[in-house]
Ligand binder design. Structure first.
Ligand SMILES: C[S@@+](CC[C@H](N)C(=O)[O-])C[C@H]1O[C@@H](n2cnc3c(N)ncnc32)[C@H](O)[C@@H]1O
Length: 324
């Protein structure tokens, strides 16, 4: 029997969104947390990005999964509970679930109600006998993770935390270590973490992946402005901002920005936010790793890199970590 828990449509509270926006847009370098990309429209645009020719990440990760699923399955014990923080549409875990036998349960752990409901509907139709126990929350919040793992008695099972898509790369190294520590807690001392990481490659390939010709990534980035207009009574004029992708060599990361094309003032409710011409809102980071730099990062969360699986071009890696 598929076990579906009703999900409250609370999502990220309106107040938290407003606070994050006001605090981000009043900094010297204006910023917005990337978790706000994924409303309904943002999630649909992201799905579109994953099919673009320039966006090598999704198809490369799927190809690695397809080639090495038996090898990965061999490294994992039976009766696993699979937890997927930021599961999105759940398409990747669906493939993994189809390759593993005897999975005890699946726990999608999402901040977005829309994505949680979407993955629940699709996965329960595809795997009718799978126990699915959704959790709504923010995987960066250590307290939330601690509470959720206690409430759901995750400690009493052998857990695999599955974190594909190089989502870890969206966080600066200190936050990434904190997240890995949260995953360490979620998987428990006998558990496993299977994580997808994007590897350093040519600047040209990287920039194209985040600035496609059809403008889908631009629309995804600008959707943050629409979301603020709709949910926070803001009045961003979309055609007065441009999407920009940059490679930051020092931090080994792609950055996405929204550039103000003119000098302008925007209202967020009652609050005025002034923009100079050329000033940007830094909306996302995507850190790129080497296997050595990732291994070092994982060690700081007391996690040992035991296995890696890569594509022929060395674009992407699936890494298995164990707590120590
Ligand atoms: C880039 S998508 C990746 C989806 C999927 N894991 C994949 O690899 O295709 C990121 C997903 O993580 C979710 N997410 C982002 N930040 C989150 C957070 N702090 N806590 C929980 N979920 C989060 C988003 O709602 C979105 O569905």
């Amino acid at each position: 029997m598929s076990q579906m828990t009703a999900i409250k449509n609370s999502e990220v509270s309106h107040l938290a969104f407003l606070n994050d926006v006001l605090s981000g847009l009043t900094k010297r370098q204006k910023t917005l947390p990337c978790k706000y990309f994924y409303d309904d429209k943002g999630a649909a645009l992201f799905e579109q990005i994953t099919t673009l020719k320039e966006y090598y990440i999704t198809r490369t990760e799927f190809a690695i999964l397809a080639a090495y699923a038996p090898a990965i399955a061999q490294r994992l014990p039976p009766k696993l509970t699979i937890i997927e923080p930021g599961c999105g549409s759940g398409k990747k875990v669906a493939y993994l679930l189809s390759q593993l036998v005897n999975v005890r349960a699946f726990v999608p752990f999402e901040i977005s109600t829309e994505m949680l409901n979407y993955s629940l509907t699709h996965l329960s139709a595809q795997f009718p006998s799978l126990v699915i126990s959704p959790l709504q929350g923010d995987f960066t919040h250590s307290l939330t993770v601690k509470q959720l793992s206690k409430e759901t008695a995750l400690d009493s099972h052998t857990n695999l935390v599955y974190f594909p898509g190089s989502t870890l790369g969206n966080f600066d190294p200190l936050t990434a270590i904190k997240i890995l520590k949260n995953f360490h807690r979620l998987c428990g001392i006998n558990g496993y973490i299977l994580i997808g990481i994007d590897l350093i490659k040519s600047r040209h390939t990287l920039l194209d992946a985040y600035d496609d010709k059809a403008g889908v990534t631009a629309a995804f980035n600008k959707n943050l402005l629409t979301r603020m207009n709709n949910e926070l009574a803001a009045n961003f004029v979309l055609c007065q901002f441009s999407h920009q992708a940059r490679f930051n060599e020092k931090h080994s990361r792609i950055e996405m920005h929204l550039v103000s094309d003119c000098c302008q003032t925007v209202m967020i409710g009652e609050q005025k936010i002034a923009f100079k011409q050329g000033e940007t809102i830094h909306t996302e980071n995507s850190h790129k790793y080497t296997l050595a730099s990732f291994k070092k990062l994982a060690q700081q969360a007391q996690l040992m890199l035991t296995d890696t699986w890569q594509d022929e071009d060395g674009y992407f890696a699936l890494c298995l970590l164990r707590p120590y």
